[in-house]
Design a protein around this ligand. Sequence first.
Ligand code: BG6
Length: 506
Amino acid sequence: MPLENPFQDPLRFDRRAPECAVVIFGATGDLTKRKLMPALYRLAYDRRLAAGFAVLGVSRSPLSDGEFRARMLEAVKQFSDGAGFDEDVWNAFAQGLYYTGGDINDPALYPCLRDKLAEVEQARHTGGNVLFYLSTQPSQYARAALGIGAAGLNKGEGWRRLIVEKPFGHDLASARELSRQLHQVFDEAEVYRIDHYLGKETVQNILAFRFGNGIFEPLWNRRYVNHVQITAAESIGVEGRGGYYQEAGALADMIQNHLLQVMATIAMEPSASFRANSVRDERSKLLRSIHAMTPDEIRGNAVPGQYGPARIGSEDVPGFRQEPGVNPQSPTETYAAVAFCVENWRWAGVPFYVRTGKRLPKRVTEIAIQFNPAPLAIFGGEGGELSPNLLILRIQPEEGISLKFLSKRPGAGMQLRPVSMDFNYGASFGERSPSAYETLLLDAIIGDATLYTRQDMVEASWAVVEPIQNVWRQTKFDFPNYPAGTWGPAAADEMLARRGHAWRKP
Ligand code: BG6
């Protein structure tokens, strides 16, 4: 029996995958090279994979199995994050790597794939279990799924699952259409929509922090929480992904998926049990209770930005419109800040400020929960400005949790100063955390969908993001409106200042 859920399993790190074949479409692409193959190799290194394990790569380039193995070896060496490399583990793992060349759009690919898969299954004893991974252009998802279906590969002796990467559509209607097409071939329970943020240890730890401890939950509501800030700042630009990015923009690239999922994890109600659907039902309910704003509300509560050129240190950094593959007049936002409201009893009236951007001063993702100030400032002038209590959950880097509170400065008089109580992953556990893709791939092979998003969540997120996208598309903004290397447009500061708040400088 596959385990339903990671959190019910006291030996989560002793989980092992059953035998299976992983079929990766887009096997010569960037994601396979940077994330998937290093993660699978690391699972092998940690002895989490069954002896009956194989990967069948599918892509356009005509490669032999041997050439594919050689490429993947390079990728694993280059992109394994300090995980070390073991020749023997690699050799055993590499024997299970196979490849089929062909065009996803060509119906002739799928019968070849069926034959090759049968060969692989026989050679590797994978028990007929197959996990398909679509790591291709989104425009090819439906074709790949239909091809799999036409060749009868969606049914068989063992289980079948399909992992799909974001974007899940570019608006609500296209997200629904994508699901409709996938459902022609796979049941919803077989479709695993990956959001790698949910696989991050620090995001999983939000649940442990909230529901494994008794002291925080009573404070976790509008009576004590003043507002919440969720920041995902990146110092990099669009890194050669200009073409994709100018279609997507920051709102669809980060907020519609990763950051709304993080917000749902912070704000959801306790789950009755830690079964996959129980946790996902709560996340989904939360997403559905986020207020979908009217165009007027959007103008006051959502700010887009686009970076312009700047000199950072000794480097001249191009603006977004000067990046390769980007239209020199592109109206796409590389920064987005939104003030969301959650319409339920727990959160009514508490703003959730969410912001993300490229080319900000540093890479940091964190959630800052600001509590209401003490009701009476009895330390008066001597105490100085009373700064509010802050709980900071740092997702990356320097993963950890800090609680900021005021303390008396040693010495005469009553001078107060904010101090910090810190938990740091590295210092506390002293061991490497698995990457998000290791966690999520293992979960999908085990059949545990807790950390995957579901169609209803995707739709709920689009329902709040699409109206913003529509207003932004119809408005001409004066872009660029922030120089590369700064904290975004002034309008985002003003949006908070109007409510007496200010963005934290992480
Ligand atoms: C991806 C986005 O989903 O997440 C990228 O498409 C972004 O634009 C990336 O850079 C951020 O992920 P992480 O794990 O580095 O925070």
